[in-house]
Design a binder for this molecule. Structure first.
Ligand code: ADP
Ligand code: MG
Length: 322
């Protein structure tokens, strides 16, 4: 079979039905021209976010292409969720060392499945030769002035976290015989972007962020941006129940607080909106628990069930720090 040209690759794998965006009210033009065209409705703002995954830095060599695609798109969608935005579409820049049709087939299938599930289709991109690198930029819409910015938290606000924490970090830190490998793969490669929770919280919650670096590290970003601090009740942290099978409660708690990659949301909201927050969580079928409060005093203080203060190393991953 003759080698596929760049244009064949785009047509066969990326502009395939279910993956490539089709023209509609917001997407005026998708793949195929020099630019895609989006129409932003009145009263909405365009939310943009981009994430890059580099082989051997963000994922191991020979990572399963379908799962890799799913992760690349879903972590971007999580950023939209954290802002309270609803996805419109995404662009993809793909660098790969050689044309491997089987890899492309699996990668584009994973991308298509994720795109269809979360209603976010491919608008365009770039295809080039180079070390395997996947860059995705998502585009979403949020009502003007209602985005969940990090700087919006006030003293006295409740701090909420969705879902449960720690399993994704476990899947990259150690191979664990006590746990099913497919469960670990799902946790790392298929985080569920909390889109319905995030968009429902726009205009309701005061601040939001998704947990990519770890609960303490990401809550730290909200505190810093809001010039506030936080008090956390450790007994209320939703530690992933699966962790109990392979470690003691202390280790599990530490992983839930400092391990990243779960892509759950941290939201803050004034106590006066507690009922609305719980109603929202129920209506979108997403677990949401209050884990503490925003304080005027800076820094994050953790209390155990007996009211004793505890400290943890905030170990969010940073690329350029030792
Ligand atoms: P240009 O040279 O004008 O930048 P390209 O030849 O790179 O255009 O791309 C042609 C069309 O294919 C464009 O619409 C571009 O957005 C799209 N495209 C290229 N690579 C990808 C990709 N990996 N995924 C989706 N669309 C792509
Ligand atoms: Mg051009």
């Amino acid at each position: 079979m003759p080698r596929l040209s760049e244009f064949d690759i785009i047509k066969t794998f990326f502009n395939q039905p279910g993956l490539g965006a089709r023209p509609g009210e917001i997407t005026r033009l998708g793949i195929g021209d020099d630019c895609a065209l989006l129409s932003v409705p009145p009263g909405k703002e365009l939310a943009l976010s981009m994430d890059t995954l580099v082989e051997k830095i963000h994922f191991p060599e020979n990572a399963p292409p379908e799962l890799l695609a799913w992760r690349a798109l879903s972590v971007n969608l999580s950023d939209l969720a954290a802002m309270g935005a609803t996805p419109v579409g995404f662009t993809l820049s793909l660098a790969m060392p050689a044309v491997n049709e089987s890899w492309l087939q699996q990668f584009s299938t994973g991308l298509k499945n994720c795109a269809e599930k979360f209603h976010c289709h491919l608008l365009g991109g770039d295809t080039t030769r180079g070390p395997l690198t996947i860059t995705i930029q998502v585009h979403g819409l949020v009502s003007s002035g209602q985005a969940l910015v990090r700087s919006g938290a006030s003293a006295g606000d409740n701090i909420y976290v969705s879902g449960s924490l720690g399993l994704a970090a476990l899947s990259i830190t150690r191979f664990d015989e006590a746990l099913d490998q497919s469960l670990l793969d799902e946790a790392f490669y298929k985080p569920v972007p909390r889109l319905a929770l995030g968009s429902g919280a726009a205009g309701l919650a005061s601040a939001g962020i998704d947990i990519s670096d770890g609960l303490l590290a990401d809550l730290g970003h909200v505190c810093l941006a809001s010039s506030k601090g936080a008090e956390l009740q450790l007994a209320d942290i939703p530690v992933s129940p699966s962790l109990e099978k392979s470690m003691n409660a202390e280790e599990a708690l530490a992983l839930a607080l400092t391990g990243g990659d779960d892509y759950e949301l941290i939201l803050t909201a004034p106590p006066s909106r507690e009922d609305e927050m719980q109603t929202l969580a129920q209506s979108v079928d997403t677990p949401l628990v209050c884990i503490g409060k925003i304080t005027d005093a800076e820094g994050i203080t953790c209390f155990d069930g007996l009211g004793e203060q505890r400290t943890f190393q905030k170990s969010g991953y940073q690329h350029f720090n030792a």
